[in-house]
Ligand binder design. Structure first.
Ligand code: AP5
Length: 210
């Protein structure tokens, strides 16, 4: 079987990161999350991190050339197959990706805008292992500690309500057109992200098996 090359699409808070972690573990794929890579660059205070941070704190997209340069080599090196999470996010990025690799499938996780704010204001992430938690929907026993490794939980800078609003607007204007882009290419499969997490995972695995 050739390696799987897939991408997750969906609005902020749809569950891309949550599902991606389970999918790559199950399928042995490389998880390529542009959001995670950028947050690491910011934490390490690299030049790219400084350039990206000013956009990320406002909920804007980081410019396409920086993102494509950042992700290109990682995609080329992922010979065991990959799952893109948060890339592509603009038509320009999608066109650049076509020059780098072909995709087998794009899974669009749908979530109504009114659910996004609920999920993101209560999201907490482990500083140590990166596990994603939610204080409202699946609370850890201790709201300050990771349920997997005991690490400190933190709230992302871009999970403040006015930044979330801007991220949703940017998504609608700039990323949502990719739904039609990939539908026209026969690659799009949509799943309902408002269902319980296990149900969403099951549907995605069914799509990937098919
Ligand atoms: P990024 O990190 O990619 O953020 P995002 O796309 O806005 O997505 P999120 O990480 O917020 O949400 P998610 O869908 O992963 O949801 P999660 O699984 O955590 O990007 C951040 C920033 O980086 C961007 O704003 C931009 O500035 C920059 N950037 C990144 N990529 C870029 C690119 N390609 N081009 C330009 N700029 C880029 O789940 C959310 C919460 O809901 C969690 O608490 C989780 O526990 C909970 N949850 C998940 N599933 C369920 C469920 N089924 N039921 C109940 N709760 C659930």
């Amino acid at each position: 079987m050739p390696p799987t090359r897939a991408a997750l699409l969906g609005p902020p808070g749809a569950g891309k990161g949550t599902q991606a972690k389970r999918i790559v573990e199950k399928m042995g794929l490389v998880h390529l999350s542009t959001g995670d890579i950028l947050r690491e660059e910011v934490a390490r205070e690299t030049k790219l991190g400084h350039q990206a941070e000013e956009h990320m704190v406002r909920g804007e997209l980081v410019p396409d050339p920086l993102i494509v340069d950042m992700i290109r080599k990682r995609i080329e090196q992922a010979c065991e197959g990959f799952l893109l999470d948060g890339f592509p996010r603009t038509v320009r990025q999608a066109e650049a990706l076509e020059e780098i690799a072909r995709l087998d499938v794009v899974i669009n996780i749908e979530l109504p805008r009114e659910e996004v704010l609920n999920r993101l204001t209560s999201r907490r992430v482990c500083r140590n292992c990166g596990k994603i938690h939610n204080l409202r929907f699946n609370p850890p026993a201790d709201p300050t500690r990771c349920s997997a490794c005991g690490g400190e939980l933190y709230q992302r800078d871009d999970d403040r309500p006015f930044v979330i609003e801007n991220r949703c607007t940017v998504y609608q204007q700039t990323t949502a057109p990719l739904i039609a882009y990939y539908r026209e290419r026969g690659l799009l499969q949509s799943v309902d992200g408002a269902q319980p997490s296990d149900r969403v995972f099951h549907q995605i695995m069914t799509v990937l098996a098919g």
